[in-house]
Design a protein around this ligand. Structure first.
Ligand code: ADQ
Length: 481
């Protein structure tokens, strides 16, 4: 048994350069946490971009950077500004991201983006080929690297390769519009196992494989001449313990953050007021602007809730180099300004809007202080915020309103599920959430918490790896023929 090599666009550490010294700080994101059980001391290697372009990397520090990364089991891929522009901001985020989230009107089909995407995928593949052996297991992550499995397979036909897509795989009717659709499918089919968050994404992928490549597909197997590829769904979980225990500690230690003090004073000054929370990256797929419009619709339909509810919007800056994201930022700024301007009273501002990334402790403050979480993505591969909110509700109260278009809605039937395009339904659902008896909240959340605790992110990673190992063993006889 060889080692495990994980490949993702970004490494699970952030480089910090100050006064000529380098630090690699581990990231706290879900993927980094989930992979802990797979990416463990000395036995595995994580390959990805460090977050610094070649132009930003001081030449004198190259070696030190490599040493700092090595301590975390990481190795970097070097990318120039131009490569990041075409590969990441271009093909990944102006072609694949909008297309796979059903925003056809935002999708740009630029040959130059595609060519850079291919070249950068080849760079990743070359690095893996150089660093791996035949008996290693390779796990490739996400939409930025869809060509890597086939590129590695060409040079390492016997290596076990898994791929996991963190975003939706769209229906055939959407996917077929991509000029390079066959190449993308062939890239993915270099894997032994291809994983998606949901059964629907899996079916969409298989349907595209069958219709565009004419390959034999039976249940969730794709038949190639010399290999059978397994396609399956692995809904990603969260580090349940981390969120639940942070929330417990939060309840018991007396020290409050500034944010928590503000949240407490809000509760004291306006008893009975409900806090409604939404947290997302600032991304058009998350439906933030529609949510704000739906909130205004709700306040007009049920004016008795004016001064009784407050919407907190926490939007994390994201991809601000891409024009659609700049437009969205402006749209949200204007919407919040207009609604607050029109509806605020001396005692009440309907919307609190934060545009920033917050430390983990503050996320917990918000999750634990909010009576309702309202998440309305128009499309979302999974949506981990929904799961994190439920995990922090230590007394089991709280109501989750969740878009049906989020992958997580498949596993969270006890939440109030809504269509984010239906304002009427959302206004009524907000009312239901505000008036939901505590026993009902507790009963719904009891089911949700049990499921999230059981199917946590570590189980997710282990199940994927287990399935990949089984698949590779099954493929061995084909390979040795
Ligand atoms: P994202 O689109 O980034 O992920 P999501 O799954 O909701 O969406 O994860 C966001 C993460 O960022 C959460 O863990 C959350 O705690 C954190 N976060 C949000 N706001 C923050 C803030 N202000 N400060 C600090 N942290 C914040 C992609 C796909 C999703 C899929 C995941 C995992 O788009 O559909 O669920 O990958 O596969």
């Amino acid at each position: 048994m060889g080692k495990t090599i994980i490949i993702s666009n970004r490494l699970p550490v952030q480089l910090q350069i100050s006064n000529g010294t380098i630090d690699a700080i581990p990231s706290v994101g879900g993927l980094a946490t989930g992979m802990k059980s797979v990416h463990s001391g000395g036995e595995s290697l994580w390959v990805g971009w460090s977050g610094l372009t070649d132009e930003e990397t001081p030449a004198a520090l190259e070696n030190e950077i490599d040493v700092a990364l090595k301590k975390h089991g990481c190795a970097k891929i070097k990318l120039t500004e131009k490569e990041i522009e075409g590969f990441y901001f271009g093909f990944s985020n102006r072609t694949v991201w909008p297309l796979f989230h059903y925003f056809s009107e935002y999708t740009e089909f630029e040959l130059e983006f595609w060519n850079t995407y291919k070249a950068v995928n080849q760079k990743f593949a070359d690095a893996i080929i150089e660093k791996s052996h035949d008996n290693d297991t390779i796990w490739v992550h996400d939409y930025q690297l869809m060509l890597v499995p086939q590129m590695v397979r060409e040079k390492r036909p016997n290596t076990s390769i898994g791929f996991f897509l963190h975003i939706p795989f769209p229906s055939y009717e959407i996917f077929r519009t991509l000029p390079w659709r066959e190449e993308v499918l062939e890239g993915l089919l270099g894997s032994d196992l291809i994983g998606f968050h949901t059964y629907d994404y899996e079916r969409h992928f298989l349907s595209s494989v069958r219709r565009l490549l004419g390959l034999d597909v039976s249940f969730n197997d794709v038949y190639l001449e010399n290999r059978v590829i397994k396609v399956d769904s692995f809904p990603m979980g969260i580090d349940y313990k981390k969120f639940a225990s942070a929330a417990k500690k939060h309840d018991s230690n007396g020290k409050d953050s500034d944010l928590q003090i503000k949240l407490n004073s809000h509760k004291q000054s306006a008893p009975g007021t409900k806090l409604i929370l939404s947290i997302d990256r600032l991304d058009y797929s998350k439906g933030i602007a529609k949510r704000i419009n739906a909130f205004e619709y709700f306040l007009n339909k049920y004016p008795e809730y004016k001064e009784k509810v407050r919407l907190i919007i926490l939007a994390v800056p994201s991809r601000s180099n891409v024009p659609q994201y700049q437009l969205l930022k402006r749209e949200i700024d204007e919407l919040v300004g207009r609604i607050n301007g029109e509806l605020s009273t001396v005692n009440w501002t309907p919307i609190w809007y934060f545009y920033r990334s917050l430390p983990f402790e503050n996320l917990i403050d918000l999750y634990t202080s909010s009576d309702i979480a309202w998440l309305t993505p128009l499309r979302d591969g999974m949506n981990l915020v929904a799961k994190e909110y439920i995990a922090t509700r230590t007394d089991k109260t709280g109501v989750l309103i969740l878009s049906e278009m989020a992958g997580s809605a498949n596993e969270m039937n006890e939440a109030l599920l809504i269509n984010p395009n239906n304002f009427e339904e959302q206004a009524d659902t907000l009312k239901t959430a505000i008036t939901m008896p505590e026993e009902e909240q507790i009963s719904r959340n009891t089911f949700l918490q049990k499921r999230l605790e059981r199917y946590n992110v570590e189980v997710w990673a282990n199940e994927f790896m287990g399935a990949l190992n089984r698949k590779s063993e099954e493929n061995e006889p084909f390979i040795s023929q």
